[in-house]
Design a protein around this ligand. Structure first.
Ligand code: PHE
Length: 379
């Protein structure tokens, strides 16, 4: 029998050695940060983009990781859909977690808040879904994998003119949201330049619950359609209240409507209404159908537009790290700037000189309890 002291003297160094090995292995992980609205009024944006990202992460690690077998680890921070929290989240990810790149956000206002912080720390940031054009103006480390609102606004203005034959449109904007204000402007510019008339422009604040005053004014102006470039929580209530006030014309919107919660909130009030977004699970291309299958198997739900954007953002980052051959911020940035014709789930991605992706949009329609694909609009 070994004496207890001798045993101890053997066990301790061994434990330390094993612990040391683990720390060394962990230090090798490629650590990426993500900030997302996992809770709060835009929770489905954060949850579903994170779901997509996790799916990509699993595939990357199952395929051997990056840079000669290093695993990728993603640290997720919840910004609670709140102003101020996005900045706090990225500061924490950069300073304490020492992430080498950041993925986020969906909502443009929160990406705008975080972008200058990532830029000044030389940490590449990729937004999966922020479409306001000014997001990537924050600097050469700021990228996105989606189209931008000068395009999206045009898509819906053209749709109102050509498909709905609308001549008079009212616009109801969330003035707290950079996304909403921008998209309203781009819609109006195109609509007016092509013979349409904006009969009313009204405002609300994200978080509002009562839209009856604005809707009553809009009803008085007798528009052919109402453009509501907001997020699903408010849009759902706006739809309901519009119908209760006897407004019968279609409501139109952008990708901010894209949520499995939209119809839960709106009931049947948005029947027949249209919005533009990045993706439809009805798309029969093998790339999309393969993603839909994998997503359903893992999350037991059909993906909305955010899910494949989160997936694409993670995949493109992994690809750029591979191309760069390092996690060095400046080199990963250079690799991201050179992404060309990348076959993503949401379409082919080429990063342009403003670090945006030029891609098609889809127009979807509410039909009963489902949201159905109607058409694709190329840039
Ligand atoms: N484009 C929206 C914004 O910039 C966010 C969004 C993206 C919403 C994708 C839904 C789907 O704020």
């Amino acid at each position: 029998m070994m004496k207890p002291t001798l045993l101890r003297s053997l066990v301790l160094p061994l434990t330390l050695a094993v612990a040391g090995l683990f720390t060394a292995a962990r230090a090798q992980d490629v650590v990426v940060g993500e900030f997302a609205s996992l809770t709060g009024s835009e929770a489905t944006f954060g949850i579903n983009s994170n779901n997509g990202l996790q799916l990509a992460l699993e595939e990357i690690n199952a395929g051997g990781g990056l840079l000669n077998g290093r695993k990728v680890k993603v640290i997720v921070e919840d910004d609670q859909s709140k102003a101020g929290q996005a900045a706090a989240a990225v500061k924490k990810l950069i300073a304490s977690d020492q992430v080498i790149a950041i993925i986020g956000e969906i909502a443009s206002s929160r990406s705008l808040e975080a972008a200058p912080i990532c830029q000044s720390a030389s940490i590449p940031m990729i937004s999966p879904g922020s479409t306001n054009p000014t997001v990537t103006d924050k600097g050469d480390y700021i990228f996105r994998v989606c189209f931008i609102d000068p395009f999206q606004g045009t898509v819906m203005a053209k749709f109102a003119l050509d498909n709905l034959k609308a001549k008079k449109v009212a616009v109801l904007t969330d003035v707290k949201s950079d996304y909403s204000r921008g998209l309203a402007q781009f819609f109006e510019d195109y609509f007016k330049a092509h013979g349409g008339e904006i009969v009313k422009e009204l405002a609300y604040n994200g978080g509002d619950k009562d839209f009856r005053a604005q809707l009553t004014t809009i009803k008085g102006a007798n528009p052919d359609a109402i453009f509501v470039p907001g997020y699903y929580t408010e849009v759902g209530s706006i739809g309901k209240q519009a119908r209760l006030l006897g407004i019968k014309v279609p409501l139109l919107g952008g990708d901010g409507w894209d949520s499995p919660k939209l119809l839960e909130i709106a009931g049947n009030s948005l029947e027949g209404c249209y919005f533009s977004t990045h993706f439809s699970p009805d798309d029969q291309s093998p790339k999309v159908q393969d993603f839909v299958k994998k997503y359903k198997a893992k999350f037991n739900a059909a993906p909305d537009g955010m899910a494949p954007l989160g997936y694409d953002a993670m995949m493109i980052l992994a690809d750029a790290i591979k191309t760069a051959g390092t996690t060095d911020g400046a080199k990963v940035r250079d690799a991201l700037a050179q992404v060309k014709n990348y076959a993503a789930v949401t379409g082919n991605i080429t990063i342009d000189d403003k670090r945006n992706a030029t891609k098609s949009a889809v127009v979807l329609q509410v039909q009963g309890k489902a949201i159905k694909y109607t058409s694709t609009v190329a840039p």
